[in-house]
Design a binder for this molecule. Structure first.
Ligand SMILES: *[C@@H]1O[C@H](CO)[C@@H](O)[C@H](O)[C@H]1NC(C)=O
Ligand SMILES: *[C@@H]1O[C@H](CO)[C@@H](O)[C@H](O)[C@H]1NC(C)=O
Ligand SMILES: *[C@@H]1O[C@H](CO)[C@@H](O)[C@H](O)[C@H]1NC(C)=O
Length: 466
């Protein structure tokens, strides 16, 4: 950042200083360019050396994670149509995205594999044990599909247990009115516990919908999305933040609930418009110094806002920064690696998948710079559609710095309860990424990569059987 000013200022000044300075301007710019190039390559080679050291690490599973896995999906020939139908609506080539959104597509099984392929961690799966299969139905220890959509994970130090919270959507999908998006009435926030991040026990609905009181935020005809839970050391409470809205998404608020136990029940406190602004997709992030932050889509989803929570995590403070202004991003998922903050977001296209972007910042309050699409592998359409899923959370893998689990939702708007989970390895490192934002290339960030895999698993250390 400092470099930018140093070389930019003299240039713009000289531009207006007359021909006398023109020669020295050219020389100065040339030297400036050389210096910048030097730093650029120095920076780049440092980063890639770093990355190589990482990848040669003693854990062979690094190799499996970063293996680029392609997908070659052929779009089937169009179904036979009557000459009349063809005349009415001329045939045009379909895209994979259209096939994905088409409930009667012949390719549906690729995106929403049948019950027959469900992952059942309670059955002895032999060598398939502990493998994630993005997109397949994932059963809990009772044999029911996990209901934790738009979720996030809390690691509880004391019980050494992972808790996965998300929207419990096991109800019928319908449209509230002609123009409304597909929805399921609020049932509540589901909670699942696990030691190995693969076998999940249903801990029940830890925050339930309100059945009768129509003025209550959580009345079943309203909206509850993206619940996230963090623990407050000082108050020893588990604090949940979520997006609460009315059926038409005009309330645009956050809701806050609190519990003494990770498995609830959570007591709903209130909803609020943080900093007096609209708040739709959101997440909370707890930093190493126990400061927590709320990040939310605002101003008609055109920008994100970020601000610290109060000490007890039950409210926001007055401080707020507008970030990624005009970029129209939602579904934020924040994480931190070696002192740098990262975020993955999606575009705003309702239930339809779109392209993810990675962002980075030296300070959590910004400025945030946008890097490229983090997706690696699959095929081009897979990468442009975030593997047909939308970010919801990024979970650090304890003991493996630089490796994270990217958690995303493959929404099924025809039957939202049957939305699937896409969990993939996310790695920070490797060749540097160039910010897409206007920038002289300083600072350059290590690349954030989400690798596509049909199946993959965590290192042996994570096995419950160790
Ligand atoms: C798992 O075991 C089955 C049967 O023993 C075998 O056919 C399959 O190839 C194995 N898969 C892997 C990934 O090792
Ligand atoms: C209904 O909910 C509102 C808002 O939470 C609350 O103020 C009111 O007391 C509730 N009414 C009943 C009858 O519980
Ligand atoms: C939502 O919008 C529809 C159509 O504009 C309207 O009929 C309905 O009353 C609205 N409902 C709420 C709760 O705002």
């Amino acid at each position: 950042m400092r470099m930018r000013n140093k070389y930019k200022k003299p240039t713009s000044l000289n531009c207006y200083a007359g021909s006398r300075y023109r020669f020295s301007l050219v020389v100065c710019s040339f030297i400036g360019c050389l210096v910048m190039l030097h730093f650029y390559f120095l920076n780049q080679s440092q980063h890639s050396q770093h990355a190589v050291m990482r990848m040669n690490n003693e854990h062979p599973f690094y190799r499996d994670l970063v293996e680029v896995e392609d997908e070659n999906i052929k779009i089937p020939p169009p179904r036979k149509r009557s000459p009349r139908a063809i005349k009415r609506k001329p045939k045009r080539p379909t895209t994979l995205i259209e096939e994905f959104l088409d409930e009667s597509s012949q390719l549906r099984y690729l995106f929403f594999p049948s019950q027959r392929t469900a992952i059942d961690p309670t059955k002895d799966a032999g060598n398939e044990s502990l493998y994630y299969h993005p997109g397949r139905i994932w059963l809990d220890t009772d044999g029911n599909p996990i209901q934790a959509h738009g979720g996030g994970i809390l690691y509880d130090d004391r019980s050494r247990t992972y808790y996965w919270y998300g929207e419990y959507k096991d109800g019928p999908t319908y449209h509230a009115h002609k123009k409304a998006a597909a929805r399921v009435d609020i049932i509540g926030v589901g909670c699942y516990s696990s030691k190995d991040l693969w076998t999940w026990k249903n801990e029940g609905i830890v925050l339930a919908a309100e059945e009768t009181n129509e003025t209550h935020d959580l009345h079943k005809l309203n909206v509850l999305e993206r619940p996230k839970v963090i623990h407050n050391k000082n108050t020893n409470k588990y604090v949940m933040w979520m997006h609460v809205d009315d059926v038409n998404y005009t309330k645009a608020s956050v809701g806050i609930a609190v519990s003494n136990s990770p498995t609830g029940p959570f007591n709903y406190i209130k909803s609020t418009r943080p900093h007096g602004c609209e708040s739709r997709d959101m997440t909370i992030f707890k930093d190493d110094d126990d400061m927590a932050y709320l990040i939310y889509s605002s101003e008609d989803n055109s920008e994100l806002h970020i601000g610290p929570l109060t000490q007890d995590y039950l409210d926001v403070t007055d401080a707020m920064r507008r970030i990624l202004v005009g970029q129209h991003r939602e579904a934020p998922a924040l994480f931190k690696h070696e002192g740098t903050y990262y975020m993955v977001t999606s575009g705003c296209t309702g239930w339809a998948p779109n392209e993810a972007l990675a962002h980075a910042a030296e300070s959590v309050m910004g400025p945030w710079e946008t890097m490229g699409n983090p997706c690696v592998g699959g095929n081009k359409i897979f990468r442009l559609a975030t593997f047909f899923a939308q970010s919801t959370f990024v979970l650090p893998l304890h003991g493996f710095p630089g490796i994270f689990i990217f958690m995303a939702d493959r929404w099924n708007p025809a039957d939202l309860r049957d939305s699937r989970y896409v969990w993939l390895p996310l790695l920070v490192g490797g060749p540097v990424d160039r910010p897409l934002d206007y920038s002289f290339g300083f600072p350059l960030w290590p690349r954030v990569s989400v690798y596509w895999h049909k199946r993959w698993k965590l290192p042996y250390k994570w096995s419950g059987k160790k």
